[in-house]
Design a protein around this ligand. Structure first.
Ligand SMILES: [Zn+2]
Length: 94
């Protein structure tokens, strides 16, 4: 008997791990509402009415992480993203 590779594995009560050629994805949710994350990081939200077959899938584009404002560690004033030195106190920025 050959071992079969399971493509999806339960993760706790509401979660599921999905294995595919492109990687590992996750999904979790309750009947009627699921969130899935593909191996590529795409987030898909499925909202439906259990038992009816009516559901709506919406792809959620994760918002790009905002660049954190660089702040001078010495004087706590704002520094430009590409500044090497603080324009106020002249300290070398990290
Ligand atoms: Zn400074």
């Amino acid at each position: 008997m050959a071992l079969r590779f399971r493509k999806s594995k339960k993760l706790g009560k509401y979660g599921r791990i999905n294995l595919s050629k492109s990687g590992v994805g996750f999904s979790f949710g309750v009947p009627g509402f699921r969130i899935g994350i593909s191996p590529k990081g795409k987030v898909r939200r499925t909202v439906g009415i259990p038992g009816t077959g009516i559901y709506d899938v919406e792809e959620v584009t994760p918002s790009k992480p905002k660049k954190a404002n660089r702040v001078c560690h010495k004087c706590n004033r704002k520094a430009g993203q590409r500044d090497s030195f603080c324009r106020y106190c002249g300290v070398k920025l990290q």
